[in-house]
Design a protein around this ligand. Sequence first.
Ligand SMILES: N[C@H](CCC[C@H](N)C(=O)O)C(=O)O
Length: 291
Amino acid sequence: MKFTKMQGLGNDYVYVNCFEETVDRPAEMAKWVSDRNFGIGADGLILICPSQTADVKMRMFNADGSESEMCGNGIRCVAKYSFDHRLAEPGTSFSVPGQRPCPHSLNIETGSGILKVGIIPGEDGNAESVCVNMGRPVLSPAEIPVNFEGERIVDEPYDYTGTQLRMTCVSMGNPHAVFFCDDLEGLELEKIGPFIETDPIFPKRTNVHFVKVNTPEEITMRTWERGSGITLACGTGACACLAACVLNGKSQRAVLCHLPGGDLELHWCEEDDSIYMTGAATEVYNGYLLD
Ligand SMILES: N[C@H](CCC[C@H](N)C(=O)O)C(=O)O
């Protein structure tokens, strides 16, 4: 079986083109291909499939085999692969209010609905960066989901083994718990991450992010991902962090987000209440799994 290794800001996945290949047990496959010693090594597995309702369909599996509704770095790579390999005929209408339009567009079906992406080609004519309309951030605890009485979870106290944190929860199709922190380097993410990820208040577990607000236009974050642990970047998480920064009055609606694996341009647009995420997507190599 042929696969393509791709990465978005170092958030790397094994991609399988299911227009040509068939994957019978994706959850099991995700676990072994993700293993960095006994497999290929990745943060998970992403299938690029035909769709009845969009140009292509994306299914995303974390390294522990759990399937997620959405993946921000992943959808940029799916867009790049689909454009570069002409899996679908791109459209020409994708614009972000107040910004230059992208010359090509695709519609991608995900576990949390159809999202529209804009392709920005490089000198070789292939997709170099991708802008994604990530949709509206969801704040209702029931929809995130979080077991919590109230209309939203913004700056709520959260006890971590006696230390009082302040938590903001957002869904970008998948659940995120965001905490503000001025000492990201000193963070014991390998301990606090799994503690929060598996807290029973999150019926479907959660992704966990710590964000430092450098200026109202620039933030830095670190992530513990649901199902994959520490990653170099989390696109949906970056969008959740932007929403948390704006909701807590700490940033503007457009920021540059620094992640360990690179930068994302984020803009929570007032006109349509959608968050737009722009960043790189890179094909690393192709390979064949010994079936
Ligand atoms: N671990 C996430 C899925 C991958 C999200 C991340 N890699 C991104 O770029 O958004 C979850 O279970 O919701």
